[in-house]
Design a binder for this molecule. Structure first.
Ligand code: ACO
Length: 158
């Protein structure tokens, strides 16, 4: 069973995480590590999905959470990436669903993201197109475009 972990509480996985990100979005290793070292509870927060592959605890996916300007109940998700050789096995869906639960526990009601070519993946997970938003500390891997959002239903009374 995969576990969602906060990267800055599990720093032994930073190097592995940097390699997964750099395999998709090339940057120098030191710049990537520097960016991941900024993960903190008050945002940006990096989350990793830890799996067990061939008996070894392994980072299978990553995402990064930032605040949204003017929307204190919202979070912007970016740099969602599954390790290249592990794609198409459900890990992308798992990290997104577990991230939704993670932010809901913090009182967040809406997740935003932007993508230029993965709209169908996110639509499949219940995201819908929306107006652009401005997030703090956005990553420079890709410029925001094609915004989507998902309202997180309040299930605490169920
Ligand atoms: N288009 C439509 N549906 C898709 C796509 C796609 N591109 N990719 C996956 N799906 C569907 C699958 O068929 C599956 O459907 P099911 O639930 O009915 O079985 C479901 O979505 C879940 O698929 P996963 O296996 O979880 O997808 P995967 O593990 O490959 O993760 C991801 C998807 C994150 C996009 C991965 O392919 C990846 O890392 N790509 C490269 C990096 C990238 O582009 N990241 C997104 C950047 S945008 C952002 O960060 C907000």
């Amino acid at each position: 069973m995969e576990k969602l972990l906060v990267l800055h509480e599990n720093k032994q996985y930073i190097d592995e995480c940097a390699d997964i990100l750099n395999e998709e979005w090339k940057r120098s290793k030191s710049a990537r590590l520097h960016s991941l070292e900024k993960s903190c509870d008050s945002f940006p927060t990096c989350l990793i999905l830890l799996g067990n592959i061939d008996g070894v605890n392994t980072v299978v996916a990553h995402c990064r959470l930032s605040k949204v300007q003017g929307k204190p109940d919202s979070i912007f998700v970016e740099s969602v990436v599954v390790r290249k050789d592990l794609r198409g096995k459900g890990y992308g869906k798992k990290i997104m669903l577990q991230t939704e639960q993670f932010v809901k526990r913090k009182g967040i009601t809406t997740l935003y993201l932007s993508t230029h070519d993965k709209q169908d993946f996110y639509k499949h997970l219940g995201y819908t197109f929306c107006e652009p938003i401005v997030s703090f500390g956005v990553n420079t891997d890709h410029l925001p475009e094609g915004f989507l959002q998902k309202f997180l239903p309040d299930t605490t009374s169920e």
